[in-house]
Write a protein that binds this ligand. Structure first.
Ligand SMILES: [Mn+2]
Length: 278
């Protein structure tokens, strides 16, 4: 069987990325694919771009990669937003920015007869948000092709990132896999009375697909594995002294709680999903 590691959302966290690459090496993986968002948040963005470029066979663009590598209209930004933009800009070489801008939106391949499609967030939007407790209609939309996808077929398996929370779900004989986040793992839905140990969240996540690569034979074996890799969070944070968002970033890495959780809860409320009842 061929083994493919799919990693996503590194966000400048070098300790997490090195730990994941070490784990991938130990497991004798054949290919590494990356779903984007290499930059923003952590201080080691340039180092992460270089490592991803050197080690991944496929690299897709994430919303942060596109945003921070492109020219930004400064007139529409607040002072704090400009500080963040300038800090991230100072971390990236022109060569890395050109690389980030050149990345494709989507990639697809056959694995044991299944059409597997990869993208960062949704087939339509690079920053769309479809969570693990979303409506069936929105979850199903992940399988549909768009003008950004390589083919016009419906996918049998989709693997995406962006939400930073790993999960797998099967609907309509099709499989949704979220690869989670290497460098900024969070659990979107949290409830202090129901939460387990925070160490279930604040690890690095990625997934491994195993099967026959490039084969249209549906009788071949296939499997999906979710991997959690512990890494030294405090060591990474000790090198984040110049981080423009130091406090927010430290809290996020240590607690696994997204800084804009309320904004996400609001968007789910609008779709009739009451987070307090979950
Ligand atoms: Mn993203």
């Amino acid at each position: 069987m061929d083994k493919i590691a799919i990693i996503s959302d590194i966000h400048g966290n070098l300790e997490a990325l090195n730990s994941v690459f070490k784990d991938i090496k130990e497991r004798h993986i054949d290919k590494i694919f990356c779903l984007g968002d290499i930059v923003a948040k952590g201080t080691h963005q340039e180092e992460c771009v270089k490592l991803i470029k050197d080690n991944c066979e496929v690299v897709l663009k994430g919303n942060c990669d596109v945003y921070f590598a492109s020219k930004i209209d400064r007139k529409t930004k607040t002072e704090i937003e400009l500080k963040r933009i300038d800090w991230i800009d100072s971390k990236l070489s022109n060569e890395s920015k050109a690389f980030l801008k050149s990345l494709p939106y989507s990639f697809e391949f056959f694995l044991s007869g299944r059409l597997v499609r990869l993208f960062h967030a949704t087939p339509e939007k690079i920053n769309g948000f479809i969570g693990n407790i979303d409506t069936l209609e929105r979850l199903y939309s992940l399988f549909l092709p768009s003008e950004n996808t390589v083919s016009n077929e419906k996918a049998d398996i989709v693997v995406y990132g962006h939400i930073h929370t790993p999960f797998m779900q099967k609907i309509y004989n099709r499989t949704i896999i979220n690869a989670g986040s290497v460098g900024n793992a969070i659990d979107v839905f949290r409830n202090i009375d129901k939460d387990a140990n925070v160490k279930n969240t604040t690890i690095a996540n990625y997934v491994i697909l195993s099967g026959k690569y490039d084969s249209k034979d549906i009788n071949e074996k296939i499997s999906f594995e979710m991997v959690n890799v512990p890494y030294d969070i405090e060591k990474e944070l000790s090198k984040n002294t110049d981080n423009i968002e130091k406090d927010l970033y430290e809290e996020e890495l240590r607690s696994g709680k997204y800084r804009n959780m309320e904004k996400i809860y609001k968007s789910f409320e609008l779709r009739g999903i009451d987070i307090n009842k979950i």
